[in-house]
Design a protein. Sequence first.
Lengths: 361, 335
Amino acid sequence: MTIPTSSIEQVIPGQGSMAQPEAGKPAKAKRQRFLFLSNRKAAAGLIILGIYIVLAIIGPWIAPFDPGARGEDLMQGPSSEHWMGTTHLGQDVYSQLLVGTRSVIFVGFLAGIVATLLSVIIGVTAGYVGGKTDEVLSALSNVFLVIPALPLIIIVTSIMENAGEWVVALVIGFTSWSWNARVLRAQTLSLRRRDYVEAARATGERSGRIITFELLPNLTAVIASGFVGTVIFAVLSEITLAFIGITSSNTWNWGTILFWAQGQQALARSAWWWFVPAGLAIAILGTALSLINFAIDEFVSPRLRSAGKTKIKTNSGRTVRMRIGFTPVLSNSPEPITHASPIPVVDHNGATPVVRKEHAS
Amino acid sequence: MSAPVLEIKNLNVGYGLGDQGVRAVRDVNLTLHRGEVLGLAGESGSGKSTLAYGLTRLLAPPGVVTGGQVIYHPAEGEPYDVLGLSDERLRKFRWAETAIVFQGAMNSLNPVHKISVQLTDVLRAHEPKMSETSRLARAREMLKLVGIAADRMDAYPHQLSGGMRQRVMIGMALILQPQVVIMDEPTTALDVVMQRQILGQLIELRERLGFSVIFITHDLSLLVEFSDRIAIMYGGRIVEEAPAAAIYRDALHPYSKGLLGSFPALRGPRRELTGIPGSPPDLKGMPSGCSFHPRCPKAFDPCAGNIPVLGRPGTGDGRTRSVACWLHPTEEPVG
């Protein structure tokens, strides 16, 4: 059955007017400060990401061995000395993983920030300004949309003698902004025709303020998901580059580990400790970023946020979920919840005849 | 009076939970009889819409039904509690037994689909065995019933006027021949002439098809004209319920009087428009006792202390009406 969702939404204005008086209370504002963390997805994602960032900073210092140093134990499984085993040259996989984290996080985030900044500037400008500017900027993003990032990076890094992480990150950043820019442009086009934006323009707000105050908060979810997506893409690109052996072999990242594992046929030699940790590290980082992305989606929509708890217990002890179209029923008994005060029969029968007469006249 | 079709018993609906929550509908008891038009009136924020969406379980989060029963009496078979239905049965129940025409319903049509597609969509979902031709025939018949030429079947929503779109929505609500139709301010976006025309048509249809209507509006004058009974809501409670004529002639609750005093009569002697001073109560901090007493011109001692119960007043036509006001002490609470 189809329930027109647009009309369900129209219940909200009514609620809004009723909810107004509570908005100003300071107690409530205080409670909402760390609300983002009360979202389980956000908390899990941020904790995992935090661990990665800490490891990225301190990894090279706490690594027990030099990741490139050769040792005596060749192709050993995990042991107390080498937590994640050793490579065919006796290098410590655990140290390689720790040292490699920095490069992965650095490239991922630098590329993500560059691409997000570019996409916001170009996408929102194109959508808001319109006209010739829009056409030029749209053409530009279309051109960048079809530039294949990975081959370009391969070419750039092979031309440049000492292509470090900076180059890789910037090339990924400069080639991956266009998709998000298009999404942002489309969203801005739709937003700028909304009544509240028109109203802001009519009251004489400047374009800068309309963009930063009226438009950008509405674009947060799109921007954030674009950022997270770009970070994941950049991480995977860098690892792919290292895996196919493009980047310089004197910097370590997870892709380098996989490159050597692949080259030495770790799988065939059943040296699982060589490639599983790096693979897991990539997968968990991706999971953390996705969790944050989901949480942002839920958080930026005030309607979802105000819902707070979505699972509630009914009086009979069952747990029901709040969802549109199936309002939870807490109790099914026909008894009133607050018993209305009993009718004071004696007192009032005395007082009422007078009143009733007054009414009848 | 004919048999009941929907009995609302102590329905409580709120938004949010715990100390953050507000109770928007409080202990509402209401009975809708077969073939009756029941008007639900009150100010903005009095809980009219919340009541309607709560009893159909259509309230979006954080809306919660905190207690009560909604007993539905189907045309054949045993009555059952709508609030106790499983999700699957609730899906089947909706539209086939109760249909809703939403606030601003004319914007509920999808602009990219033809009217015929949108009308037959529900038939496809609820009566999958029906053939395409009979579906279209039913849709055409429905359009004719609401006064739209059958050749408009292939029109897109933008090709229809607001009133026509509204009538399409009413036709769509009636297409499965539900027993109960809930209309939430269905005509507020239309001009008075169109309002009248559509409501007249609705009443005519009701006589032909025999459904009951819960009609929600803040326009009491409209209700007086079109409904059989009127329930007045204030602060989440029903404060007065009576036949439309009785309310118009002789409203018992001061709030109903205030509502009636806020629009001019078309005929009869001129009278001063009074309106109601003050503003609706804050649902988070309801006044003690009768929630209307701070604004009530006739408030006296018991009003601030005790909540009046909806019951039959001791006046002459007390059998058919009920009121919750200390001015009219009740003989027996309405069960």
